[in-house]
Design a binder for this molecule. Structure first.
Ligand code: FMN
Length: 204
């Protein structure tokens, strides 16, 4: 095993990695009266048992949503429809630390209380059952407690990106450049503590 971190040429692997993103989703969360949601594309199915679906949802440490999931132990994944383009800016380029991102967004709630956004392609309301720290992000293993597909058309980032107004695209490029620098600094600082330990410490 090499001792130094790898230094991969992005042009060798970019095409391979791009194909691994999920459709665009709003990951929503509730702690008491506080609700928030962020955009995510790092979501994978993690169960082969059809009636016991699980997902792995990757959320970056710097996000307010990350803190709230840590407190509540629950999240909902709302896959976006084609006509929900404005939510990419509303939920993906601002932080809920600075504003109430769901103030003008209609939603209901299910078993966990997390917001289920109206007009979405569908939702999966989930409880966290384990988590793995990646230094800059946490991969949450969640089990689906309730879900519904509403139909219509799911939206991917590949389709949505060319439809963004130039101002949003520029804002995103600048935001992601900053996030990459933070990741580079923190991705080696992995906390191996298990989710159960972390929850225990938090509840003390
Ligand atoms: C297209 C797109 C994909 C994103 N994918 C993820 C993701 O998979 N995981 C993640 O943690 N953040 C992802 N983000 C970034 C968050 O949505 C963004 O940092 C958000 O402002 C965090 O909000 P919060 O601080 O209210 O939680 C994505 C953003 C966009 C626009």
């Amino acid at each position: 095993m090499p001792a130094l971190p790898p230094d991969i040429d992005p042009s060798d692997v970019g095409g391979l990695l791009a194909g691994l993103s999920s459709p665009l989703a709003a990951v929503s969360v509730r702690v008491g009266d506080v609700v928030n949601a962020q955009i995510a594309v790092a979501i994978t199915s993690a169960s082969i048992v059809l009636h016991r679906p699980r997902l792995i949802v990757q959320i970056y440490h710097t996000n307010y949503t990350h803190d709230l999931i840590g407190e509540s132990g629950a999240l909902a994944v709302n896959f976006l429809n084609h006509d929900q383009l404005p939510l990419i800016w509303g939920l993906g380029m601002r932080s809920g630390r600075d504003c109430d991102k769901l103030a003008d967004v209609a939603y209901t709630s299910g078993p966990t209380g997390c917001p289920l956004l109206e007009g979405s392609f569908g939702y999966l309301d989930c409880r966290v059952i384990n988590a793995m720290d990646g230094g800059d992000m946490t991969a949450f293993l969640v089990e689906v407690l309730a879900g519904k597909t509403n139909g219509s058309q799911r939206m991917t980032w590949r389709e949505a990106r060319p439809r963004l107004p130039q101002r949003w695209a520029d804002e995103w490029d600048s935001k992601i450049a900053g996030e990459m620098n933070i990741s580079l600094e923190t991705m080696s600082e992995i906390d191996p503590a298990a989710w159960a330990d972390r929850r225990h410490n938090r509840n003390r």
